[in-house]
Design a protein around this ligand. Sequence first.
Ligand SMILES: *Cc1c(COP(=O)(O)O)cnc(C)c1O
Length: 816
Amino acid sequence: MSITVETLSQLLKEKLTSSFGKSLEEATTKEVFQSTCLIMKDSIHPNWQMTQQTYDQNESKQVYYFSMEFLLGRMIETNLLNMGLLDIYKETLTSLGFNPEDVFREEHDAGLGNGGLGRLAACFLDSLASLELPGYGMGIRYKYGLFQQKVVNGYQVELPDYWLEDEYMWETKRDDKAIEVRFGGTVETTVLNGQLQFQHHDYERVLAIPYDVPIVGYNNNTVNTLRLWSAESTTNHFHFHSSRGHDYYHYLDYKRSIEKISEFLYPDDSYYEGKVLRLKQQYFLVSAGLQSIIRRYKKQNKPLHQLSKHVVIQINDTHPSLVVPELMRLLLDEEKLGWNEAWSITQETVAYTNHTTLSEALEKWPEDMFTTLFPRLYQIIEEINERFCKMLWYDYPELREKIPEMAILAYGQIHMAHLAMVGSFSINGVAKLHTEILKDRVMQPFYTVFPKRFNNKTNGITHRRWLLNVNPNLANVISEAIGTEWIHQPEQLTKIIPFSTDSSFQESIRKVKHENKKRLASYIKEHYNVIIDDQSIVDVHIKRLHGYKRQLLNLFHIIHLYNSYKENPALEMTPRTFIFGAKAAPGYTFAKQVIKLINAVAEKINNHPQVSKNLKVIFLENYQVSLAERIIPAADVSEQISTASKEASGTGNMKLMMNGALTIGTQDGANVEISEFVGNDNIFTFGLTSEEVFAYQQSGEYNARDYYNNDRRLRNVMDLFVNQHFSGDDVDFKDIFYSLLYNNDEYFVLKDFDSYIDTQKHVDQTYQNQSDWLSKSIVNIGHSGAFSSDRTIKQYAQDIWNIRPTKIESHVKTYY
Ligand SMILES: *Cc1c(COP(=O)(O)O)cnc(C)c1O
């Protein structure tokens, strides 16, 4: 049964009246948005309840995905899409005189993540529900998400992201499911009946309140849960002394100190900062999450020693790795199990995903911070460490020398990746190359000890959001050619590959891309007052700003083109529009200078009478999920140019490929697998390989200055920006210059410049043969199904989690 425009209009009118007391004519777009959500919840919530009941009744094994970040973006379109209502709803809104886009834009992005790691968690939730898998997300309900970026005079300015300003329509607060989390205090050890007992005194109590967000599966009845924890205080946890007036102020201080725990998301990506509050956040998530799992588990009267038969906990990087000692604490101190039993349960239940080998991103907490905040956990970690080191000493004599570098506790620090690896049954990397680097290099001694634990799960993205939803016209062209089966089985996208040389199919693909470019161009005209040529190559570099992601290398190419055009105005080249989107961590000075430099170059080029005819550079501010959704469908070229070995996987590369962009990239992360799928003719690969990078790092033979001295083009690029050609007297970019020449260019920008310039020339030449370009684009779309997160999640479910689909029968009227 499918619903009609008339029925939906009626529902909407009724909801506007019952919720806002307004007629359609009086309603604001915000009220229309909110009423739409309420109507959707009326059919989501009964299925949500049914899903949770079914999981309990079937005793389905469940995965709990613990992550400090869930970068959800907006949910309204995904939810409508998954419910099968997106098209009819758009039609309804239009027929009622509303622009659907305006209505959807009323939803504030849920920006509870920095970048790839948080977006991965969000894509995984979508795939779990769409594959009818019992899965739960555990995260933090930060009051402020990742900062909003404004560009003022070319500089990044950070503004707080108060995403809860309008009520968050999807969440449901569950006061009855609150959990107490304890910080600080002292541990008293006593002996009772010959057994050691640990009592925790004088701790600070924090109330963890869950806010549950429903995760709707595609075209099924499954509604899973994302549970976001909020730190709150209650007056009954504070001891008032009635005679003392300032207790009230003490109470306010206390309340503020507690609420700080879930106040904001740390804005660092692939970088570790040893901040107490961050550590408190990590423990807050872990303790609240684990306690709620165990409470639910015990309610079902299942024995604890079978926990791993029913529950598996996946930790997204080391951020939640305190699950290891905290689960031990709960089993030992609360459940009174012995060490060995508690340890096997813990090890069999926890699985760890590694996301980085960058040394500046590896978490190492100071011991003293730990002993103060978690005195009991510290004892447990000491014990885990001692047993692990002893085991190494006796069972792996060949590794004795390595014990100090493998220990969990060493040199006054707690090494979280070691804790995670020792305490879990699975350790996975996120792309083939990355997993190999873990095994052969970064975690090599651990691989010797635990070879069976290591495995690879190449990241993925949900094709529902990143193709069906963001690029409906492309989805239609595909479905017209090969039918709609690919929507359920994205691997079937390969069926379009035989059409890659079909000129009428090429023409349809070209048209869609062109329409998408026009749409982006009008957005840019409206918001930036820059006119971009919709016939130009749209070249996009969108991701966090980081030295290793090498936005600077891209910019060097742009400045080189600028020089070339000035030298030879008759230069034959397809016009290009370079688009950047990137937030820099507020304390990352180098990254912020790169933003300023991009904007300075953009200003100069876009206003240059001749050069601007062929080149445009746009820095789009506030890169976030909803902006990615706007840019990606319009992209021709996808910049994936990290220093080889540094990008664990990347997922932006997959989104762009799925929308028909061709990749210019290094052999890094998942680029390697993309090139294996599409073949070398359908991707533009350049630069040092990871092996070459390692060799240079080992030999110390790289000398950046030689490249500067010997390559006139490079000198012409670099001299321009230090000589304030782009910025006037406003700013010099000496930090950038110094990092390249005095700190010997850690990321090999100068080394890869030549190869990059050459390859970019090749990109231009290829684009001039449109038929050739389109066929490559089609091959890329055709292979992108392999990078659907459905494939990734099926692999996790089979190889790590051992969970199976559970069909949810719906007894309620739904609109599917
Ligand atoms: C996909 C995505 C990322 C990750 O991009 P990479 O290119 O893989 O670094 C970061 N931020 C947002 C908003 C995204 O949607």
